[in-house]
Design a protein around this ligand. Structure first.
Ligand SMILES: [Zn+2]
Length: 122
């Protein structure tokens, strides 16, 4: 991977990070707006619904930010692009599509398979 390619990926990661925070900010505004309306109308159901949505998005976004930060740290320590599963270099096209990828395609597929094992029936 060339320094220029690495720079492009770094830019992409930083943009992704900014987008998540912008989205959170936007959600915050909506949340506040709704909270104010709720005081007027005393409608708890809608508030609870949004709160649930917020918690969900927040968790997912936290994970995304974690993955992005992880990738940026790896860039700084020259460990970027190494698969956490098999320690091989992740191919550049995969990194370009998913700059925060921690696993190569083979390890990722194996990981997904393990996650998708349905829980045992009672
Ligand atoms: Zn791997």
């Amino acid at each position: 991977m060339s320094a220029q390619e690495l720079d492009l990926l770094k830019e992409k990661l930083i943009t992704m990070r900014q987008d998540i925070f912008r989205c959170l900010q936007h959600l915050d505004d909506g949340w506040q707006e709704l909270a104010e309306k709720d005081i007027e109308r005393e409608e708890e159901a809608q508030k609870a619904e949004l709160s649930e949505l917020y918690a969900q998005l927040d968790e997912r976004q936290k994970e995304e930010i974690e993955a992005i930060d992880d990738a940026l740290v790896k860039m700084a320590t020259l460990q970027y692009g190494k698969c956490e599963g098999c320690a091989k270099q992740i191919p550049l096209p995969r990194l370009q599509a998913l700059p925060a990828a921690r696993l190569c395609l083979a390890c990722s597929a194996r990981d997904e398979e393990q996650k998708n094992i349905p829980p045992a029936l009672p």
